[in-house]
Each structure stands twice: as C-alpha cells, then as structure tokens.
Design a protein around this ligand. Structure first.
Ligand code: HEM
Length: 247
C-alpha cells in the first residue's frame, strides 16, 4: 500500500530530497574531482599514452631493446614517467595559482585524482623495479662483483626515500592524525614536500646524468625518459619553491 501525502507535504519532501542530494554531492570531494567534466579524465589517459608511447618509440622502435622486453622493462619506464608527470602537476597547480597564473577551479579540483593516480603508478613502478633490479638487466648500475655502483646506490636511496615521503604526505593529506597535530602539520608542510621532490630529483639525476651529457648516444636523437622526468622535476621544483606557501 502506497503512502499518500498531501500536495504541500509532497512539495516539501521533494525540496528536502533535493537539498540532501545537493549537499551530499558538495560534501564529497571525490564526487567533485572525479565527475565526468573533470580535466583529470583527459590528463591521466593522455599522460599515460604519451609516456608509454615515448618509451616504446625510444627504446623498442628507435633503440636496441627487444620487443619481448616491452611488457615489463619498457612499460615500467612509461609508468614511472607518467607517475612523475602526474605528481608534478598535482604539486604545481596550487603554487602556480599563488604566483598569479590563472588556474581554473576544475583544474584545481582535479588535483586529488591526479595525485592518487600518480601515487598508485609510483607504487606499481617501485614493485616492478624491485623485480627488475639485477646486474643482468641494469649492467650500468652494478660493479663486476655484482655490488651496486656508488651512483646507483645514491639513486636507489633517493627513490626509496622519495617513495616513503610521498606516501607519508599523501597519508597526511587524507587521514586525520588528530592525536598528533604537530606531526601532521610537519608531514603536509612546504619543507616536507620540497624534500620529497628533491629526493625524487636525486633518484633521476644519479641514475641518468651520465647518459644526459652524451646526446650522441641518444636513440633516434630522443632524450632519455629520466631526463624528461628530470625536466618536469626541475620546473615543478622552481614553481613550488617560489609559489608554495608555508602552512
Ligand atoms: C622503491 C622506490 C623506487 C625504486 C626501487 C625505483 C627504481 C627505479 C629503477 C631501477 C629505475 C631505472 C628504470 C630503467 O632505467 O628502466 C628507475 C627509474 C625511474 N624512476 Fe624509480 N624507483 C623508485 C621510486 C621512484 C619514485 C618515488 C619515482 C617518482 C615518481 C620514480 C620515478 C622514476 C622515473 C621517472 C624513472 C626514469 C625511468 C627511466 O629513465 O628509465 N621512482 N626507478
């Protein structure tokens, strides 16, 4: 048996329902950032396609890497590059706005989606790299006796610390840590993020600088993935240094 309400009661009920739906959408930040109009829907797939495409072109098509290595070695390069680009964009939109550059509200709202996808791609890269990291795959990172070279050690230390710091930053942003406000403030502070970014830059610099200064060795004249990621780091770091406010 249906419930029969008088006309004014029905109107009032409809009004309340509208208010409830409106406010629940407003209060849920994920609804705002991952709605179908969000630029994240365009930026994330485009970054992935361009990064994977560039890696495939440079290493498999123009370079000497055999096709059998595409699914793991080369996809890992594409994933690490897209992760770096998405995280750099995520960290830079706010500071760019502070520097007076017009960044739309939808772009600012897309930061959560860019950050989360960059973060998950970073986890995938770390897991894949741990499986790949052996002297037979990365000859240049190991001495003849099978131990890591100094620069490889510095690069991996930078990568692992950057990974943990970005993880902590992400946790600080998305959890309350209400029992320790000072710790939370430190984890989401400007200095903490600048250190995390610097470690990411060190990860790339120590792994790649030897190849960067030798353009004659670049496959098809295309710069290495590590150098492209480093350029994103460099520009992103300057933007954050100048435009990120202390909190
Ligand atoms: C557990 C932490 C990490 C480990 C073990 C690790 C390991 C590696 C390894 C072995 C490479 C060389 C890949 C290659 O030349 O094929 C590499 C490259 C790279 N990593 Fe990481 N990494 C870590 C963290 C990170 C983090 C936090 C980022 C930031 C998003 C990152 C971004 C990159 C990029 C952009 C490259 C360049 C790819 C290339 O030139 O081939 N890595 N990493």
């Amino acid at each position: 048996m249906g419930i029969c309400l008088g006309i004014p009661a029905q109107v009032r009920l409809r009004k309340y329902l509208k208010i409830i739906i409106k406010t629940s959408i407003k209060k849920n930040p994920m609804e705002q950032t991952i709605n179908h109009k969000s630029p994240a829907y365009f930026i994330i797939p485009l970054t992935l396609i361009l990064s994977l495409g560039y890696s495939l072109l440079r290493y498999n098509i123009l370079g000497p890497v055999p096709w059998k290595d595409f699914p793991f070695l080369i996809v890992n390069k594409g994933i690490s590059l897209s992760s770096f680009i998405l995280l750099s964009l995520n960290f830079s939109f706010g500071p760019l706005k502070n520097l007076g550059i017009k960044i739309s509200k939808t772009l600012l709202n897309s930061r959560v989606a860019l950050g989360i996808s960059g973060f998950f791609l970073m986890i995938i890269h770390a897991l894949m790299s741990l499986l790949l990291f052996k002297p037979t795959v990365y000859v240049k990172f190991f001495e003849a006796d099978g131990t890591m070279t100094l620069t490889a050690g510095l690069s991996m230390l930078g990568g692992i610390l950057a990974f943990v710091l970005v993880w902590a930053y992400n946790m600080g942003l998305h959890t309350h840590l209400s029992e320790n406000k000072i710790l939370k403030q430190f984890i989401v502070s400007r200095s903490f993020l600048l250190i995390a970014m610097l470690l990411g830059g060190a990860h790339l610099f120590f792994m790649g600088y030897n190849g960067w200064i030798n353009p004659s060795g670049w496959h098809g004249g295309l710069p290495p993935v590590s150098l492209i990621a480093f350029l994103f780091f460099f520009v992103g770091y300057i933007i954050n240094l100048l435009g990120r406010r202390s909190n």
